[in-house]
Design a protein around this ligand. Structure first.
Ligand SMILES: Nc1ncnc2c1ncn2[C@@H]1O[C@H](COP(=O)(O)OP(=O)(O)O)[C@@H](O)[C@H]1O
Ligand code: SF4
Ligand SMILES: [Mg+2]
Length: 367
C-alpha cells in the first residue's frame, strides 16, 4: 500500500510546507501548535431533531492545519466530514445547531465572531469549494459579474481595472485558458469541469489563507478530476495557502495531502502524516479503506475488498464502546465496554483503537 502514496503524488516535494508536527499527549497529531493557521479542538456539533432533542453529528474532533499544508479529511459518506468543514465557517443554521469545543483561525476564535466578522471571513480569508459548483453559482449572472461581486464584497477600495485584473488572475490560477471569454458567459454555457474551475477562481479571488474543498472533484470524470487536483496543488505551491481537502477517496489523499485525518461516524479514528498512514495504517477502518482503494500505478487487482456493512446512524451506536465495532473484523468484548480514546502509536501518529497490538500493521479486511 505504500506504493499508492509514493507512485501517484501530484507535483513536487511537500517538505517545504510540512509542519513541525508536535505530538499531543494522546498521540493525536498537532501540525505545529505554535503557528497553526487553524486549530480545531474537541469540536462537538449537535443538530436539533424531533421533539427538540439534540443529536451529535460530530464528537471530539481535533486537528490543526499549518500554513501551506494540505490536510486531507477522509471517510465514507455520512461520517461527518462536511459537518466538520461547514463548522469552520459556522455555516450551519445557528438556530438548530449547537457547537462545543473551539475553532481558532489565524488567532481568531470562530465561535466569538460577530455576523459581520463572519461575512468578512467567508470568501475573504477562508475560501470554500463545494462539491456541486451549481450550488454556489447564480444561473442568472455572468461569471464575470459573480467574480466582480465577490471582489467588491471584500476589497472595497479597488478600482475597476484592478478588479478586472484580479478576476482574470483568479480564473487563470484556477486553470482557465481564456478568462476574458469565460467572464462573458453564464454558468449554463460552461461544462462541469469549467464551472468547478470558476468556483475555485471565486474561492481564490480574495487571496484566502485557507481553502476548504469539500469533495471538489467527486462529480467529475477522472481526467478532469486529475487536472483540478493539479490546479489545487499548484495553488498551494504558488500562493502558500493552506488547504483542507475533504474526500472519500484514499487515492486522492495519496496524491494530494501532507497529512490525513480518517473520520468514522463523527470521530477522527486515525491521524498521521500521509506517508506514515499509507506505510503503517493501524486502525481497522483505515485498513479497510486502503484495501478498497485500487492502486493508481496500474497494477489493478481482479477484485478489491470492501468494508462489510454500511455506516450506521450515530443514534444506533450511541453509548460507550467503539463506533466501528459493528463492522470491525477484529472486534472483541472489550471494544464495546468503554469509550475508546486515541492511542499514541508513533511520533505524530495516533489511532482510536484498543486492540492495535493484536491487529498489527496491515491486514486486508475480508470482503
Ligand atoms: N443540518 C443537519 N441536520 C441534521 N443532521 C445532519 C445535518 N447535516 C448533516 N447531518 C447528519 O450528520 C451526519 C454527517 O453528515 P456529513 O458531515 O454531511 O457527512 P459526510 O462525511 O458525508 O460529509 C449524517 O448522519 C448527516 O445525516
Ligand atoms: S476498538 Fe475494537 S472494534 Fe474498535 S476498531 Fe479497534 S478492534 Fe475494532
Ligand atoms: Mg459531505
Amino acid at each position: 500500500m505504500t506504493g499508492i502514496a509514493e507512485a501517484t503524488r501530484i507535483g513536487g516535494s511537500v517538505d517545504a510546507h510540512k509542519g513541525t508536527g508536535e505530538d499531543m499527549p494522546d498521540g493525536r497529531q498537532d501540525s505545529g501548535a505554535m503557528s497553526a493557521m487553524l486549530e480545531v479542538r474537541d469540536l462537538v456539533v449537535s443538530f436539533q431533531g424531533a421533539k427538540k432533542s439534540w443529536n451529535n453529528a460530530v464528537e471530539g474532533v481535533d486537528f490543526s492545519v499549518r500554513q501551506g499544508e494540505i490536510l486531507g479529511i477522509v471517510g465514507e459518506s455520512s461520517c461527518g466530514k462536511s459537518v466538520t468543514s461547514f463548522s469552520i465557517m459556522r455555516l450551519h443554521n445557528e438556530r438548530s445547531t449547537k457547537y462545543q469545543g473551539s475553532i481558532t483561525f489565524d488567532g481568531s476564535d470562530i465561535f466569538s465572531l460577530s455576523p459581520k466578522q463572519l461575512r468578512e471571513l467567508r470568501g475573504g480569508d477562508i475560501g470554500f469549494i463545494f462539491q456541486n459548483p451549481m450550488s454556489s453559482l447564480n444561473p442568472l449572472m455572468t461569471i464575470g459579474q459573480q467574480l466582480r461581486e465577490t471582489v467588491h464584497a471584500h476589497q472595497t477600495s479597488l478600482g475597476k481595472e484592478e478588479v478586472e485584473a484580479s478576476c482574470i488572475e483568479a480564473l487563470e490560477d484556477a486553470g482557465s485558458d481564456d478568462p476574458k471569454a469565460w467572464m462573458e458567459r453564464y454558468p449554463y454555457q460552461l461544462s462541469g469541469g469549467m464551472l468547478q474551475r470558476v468556483v475555485i477562481g471565486i474561492a481564490l479571488i480574495n487571496h484566502p489563507k485557507l481553502l476548504i474543498a469539500d469533495e471538489p472533484t467527486t462529480a467529475l470524470d477522472v481526467t478532469i478530476q486529475m487536472q483540478l487536483l493539479k490546479v489545487l496543488r499548484g495553488l498551494r505551491d504558488k500562493r502558500g495557502m493552506s488547504i483542507i481537502l475533504i474526500t472519500h477517496d484514499m487515492g486522492v489523499v495519496a496524491q494530494m495531502c501532507d497529512r490525513v485525518e480518517v473520520m468514522y461516524l463523527g470521530q477522527i479514528v486515525e491521524s498521521a502524516p500521509v506517508d506514515e498512514l499509507f506505510a503503517h495504517p493501524r486502525h481497522p477502518y483505515t485498513q479497510g479503506l486502503l484495501a478498497a482503494t485500487p492502486p493508481l500505478d496500474g497494477d489493478r487487482p481482479e477484485r478489491l475488498s470492501t468494508i462489510p456493512g454500511s455506516v450506521p446512524q450515530l443514534s444506533e451506536v450511541a453509548g460507550s464502546g467503539c463506533r466501528f465495532a459493528s463492522r470491525c473484523p477484529f472486534v472483541a468484548d472489550e471494544c464495546r465496554k468503554s469509550v475508546i480514546d486515541m492511542q499514541s502509536i508513533a511520533e505524530r501518529h495516533g489511532a482510536r483503537c484498543i486492540r492495535l497490538a493484536e491487529i498489527g500493521e496491515f491486514r486486508k479486511v475480508a470482503s
